[in-house]
Design a protein around this ligand. Structure first.
Ligand SMILES: [Zn+2]
Length: 289
């Protein structure tokens, strides 16, 4: 198309006159460009409109979602706050138990220092929530450690209680006390390291605390005797028996029958010679009856 000008004919139906326009090619190009630009522009506007519409719906959805998430976070904060309060109460109870158990004060946790409403900024809010959760977790760990310590203490107490000699080893009556006395045999002043409890021959002799039999034999002076090791440094000795009912290494409980009263060894009558030793040192058994 190399023509510079075009002629357009408009031919109406019937007998009307034919109209004739002459257009320069340049103008035709400009018009065509204009139409193209119009189409493209219109398309863009339409596309933008549709996209905005979609965005608006998305925005509405997000807003609703955000609101419900805010409420959810609010609930979470309230829950964490409740947990925190419960942990504070637990810590207070723990401190009381530790005082009763005469343990040192508990390690402090950070729970007393936190709280307050969450921030508006979502990221601060979340890091604050995370921080509170971490603190509660740490507090739980501290309480767990403390509980184990208290439990250990109670176990020790129970073992110590079971290991500490308590009560009479035999039904009878005291005939000789602990301390310096004139020996009934030599007449000389001599330390009597136990109690003599008189009783009829054959009367049962009982262990006065839990422990392990460390000696069950006939020994010079003591006759047929039993020694029980109770741990915690405690040992008890029962002498002059007529019969022994336990063997070395045997575990015994307080109240177990270990021997029968007799008159064996250096003895002037049927009785039990009863000793309590702590780390090898004889104690006055009267304090443990
Ligand atoms: Zn004695």
């Amino acid at each position: 198309m190399s023509a510079k000008r075009f002629t357009m004919l408009i031919i109406p139906e019937g007998s009307h006159q034919v109209r004739r326009f002459t257009v320069q090619r340049r103008w035709l190009s400009i018009a065509a460009s204009f139409v193209v630009m119009l189409c493209v522009g219109g398309g863009l506007v339409l596309f933008d409109y549709l996209r905005t519409n979609v965005d608006r719906q998305e925005l509405d959805r997000l807003r609703t979602e955000n609101r419900s998430q805010q409420q959810e976070i609010g609930r979470l904060c309230a829950n964490i706050e409740d947990l925190r309060k419960e942990m504070v109460v637990l810590a207070q109870n723990d401190a009381k138990v530790r005082v009763l158990a005469q343990l040192s004060g508990p390690r402090p946790d950070a729970l007393n220092g936190i709280g307050g409403p969450p921030e508006d900024d979502a990221s601060t809010e979340f890091s604050e929530l995370q921080r509170q959760i971490d603190q509660i977790r740490e507090a739980i760990e501290l309480r767990r450690e403390s509980q184990e310590e208290v439990q250990g203490f109670l176990n020790d107490q129970r073992s110590l209680l079971a290991a500490k000699p308590k009560g009479w080893p035999v039904k009878g009556w005291l005939t000789s006390s602990f301390g310096m006395r004139n020996s009934p045999f030599s007449g000389k002043l001599k330390m009597h390291e136990g109690l003599d409890i008189a009783s009829r021959t054959g009367t049962p002799v009982y262990a006065t605390a839990d422990g392990i039999v460390s000696r069950a034999e006939t020994a010079a002076g003591y006759g047929k005797m039993v020694v029980i090791d109770h741990g915690y440094g405690f040992k008890t000795l029962y002498g002059h028996n007529s019969k022994l009912f336990v063997k070395v290494g045997q575990r015994v409980k307080r109240g177990d029958k270990i021997a029968a009263v007799g008159n064996t060894g250096t003895s002037t009558g049927s009785h039990v010679h009863y000793e309590v030793r702590l780390n090898g040192v004889p104690l006055n058994p009267k304090k443990y009856l």
